[in-house]
Unconditional design. Structure first.
Length: 336
């Protein structure tokens, strides 16, 4: 049934500044009427003090430091495997070239994993999306550490890459806390962790390769991933604006006084896990990739940058071995 635009006080002017009035058609099949002929949507400008933009500086940088550690952990997973290639080759009787295939499967899957996780952080929130991603990545370290055959590495590393949300979520947290004109230092700090994490893996990997069995390549990744997940669980709140607005709207309705007609974005527009909604969410980044030239070119630039990083990671060992460098010496050469 079509409804007229009428406010809760019966007037025709907007009773709440910075709020949007949304007509809600009551097309339900039960006999219980909606409490309001329309719902007033709580917008960012009306609850700005509750959003991530208004967090104190120390809190923003605490959250950002946790994101920094998450990025280090993610790139540690990507780079530390290189120090296990020789042991995997020897243990499973494959060539070193073949032993690098799980590294390939991880990186290729990682490229798609970011796109698969990013839109869900916008719908479900940054915090649960990041927690689930970290949990899955950590779980996939166990089969690698206990792998009975070489095929296990290929399959499990593929699943690990698909499970990695990566910078698509961590950079989203920056967008939640800083306005576009103020993001440059936060972005630069987080990008440093993305690049530096690969070097951390290369440095740590030399010591692990030299002094511990093969399984410790993956136990170290699990320890690092577990630590950052615990840090994220306790230190990082939800920062996604739409999720916070839903919570604030519920709190205002509960606090009163009386009957308050204020609702969050998801409460009004709704979201379900129907196949149609899942497809709508998942296709979003790929549509942007194909229809937005700046997204395409920056993605290609990011991919080229990563290819250089991992080419260097694989190239240091044969080059420096010519000059008599040992495993630990080669790993330390990444520091300068």
């Amino acid at each position: 049934m079509a409804l007229t635009n009428q406010f809760i006080d019966g007037s025709t002017h907007e009773p709440y500044p910075n709020l949007e009035t949304v007509d809600i058609a009551d097309d339900r099949k039960d006999d219980n009427p909606l409490p309001y002929t329309n719902k007033i949507e709580l917008t960012e400008s009306a609850a700005y003090d509750d959003l991530g933009y208004s967090y104190p500086t120390w809190k923003k940088w605490l959250i950002l430091c946790v994101m920094f550690c998450i990025q280090i952990s993610i790139n540690l997973n990507a780079s530390l495997y290189a120090n296990g290639v020789a042991a995997i080759s020897k243990e499973h009787n494959v060539s070193k070239q073949v032993a690098r295939i799980p590294q390939l499967t991880f990186l290729c899957a990682y490229a798609f994993g970011c796109e698969l996780w990013a839109p869900w952080s916008e719908e479900l929130g940054r915090w649960p999306t990041q927690q689930l991603s970290l949990f899955l990545v950590n779980i996939w370290q166990l089969p690698c550490a206990l792998a009975p055959n070489f095929a296990t590495y290929i399959v499990v590393r593929l699943l690990g890459g698909l499970s990695t949300a990566g910078g698509s979520v961590t950079l989203g947290v920056i967008a939640d806390m800083w306005e576009p004109d103020d993001q440059e230092y936060a972005v630069a700090f987080l990008v440093l962790s993305s690049v530096g994490g690969s070097v951390v893996g290369a440095v740590v990997g030399g010591f692990v390769e030299e002094r511990h069995p093969l399984a410790w390549i993956f136990w170290v990744q699990l320890l690092a991933g577990g630590c950052v997940q615990i840090m994220h669980f306790f230190l990082v709140p939800e920062t996604r604006a739409t999720i916070i607005l839903d919570r604030v709207a519920k709190k205002r309705r509960k606090a009163g006084p009386g009957s308050v007609n204020i609702w969050g974005p998801h409460e009004i527009h709704g979201f379900s896990l129907s196949p149609r909604d899942i497809w709508r969410v998942w296709k979003r980044p790929f549509v942007m990739l194909l229809t937005e030239p700046i997204v395409l070119w920056l993605s290609l630039l990011s991919g080229f940058s990563d290819s250089l990083i991992f080419t260097f990671l694989q190239g240091f060992q044969p080059v420096f071995k010519q000059w008599g460098f040992g495993t630990i010496q080669i790993s330390l050469s990444f520091i300068p």
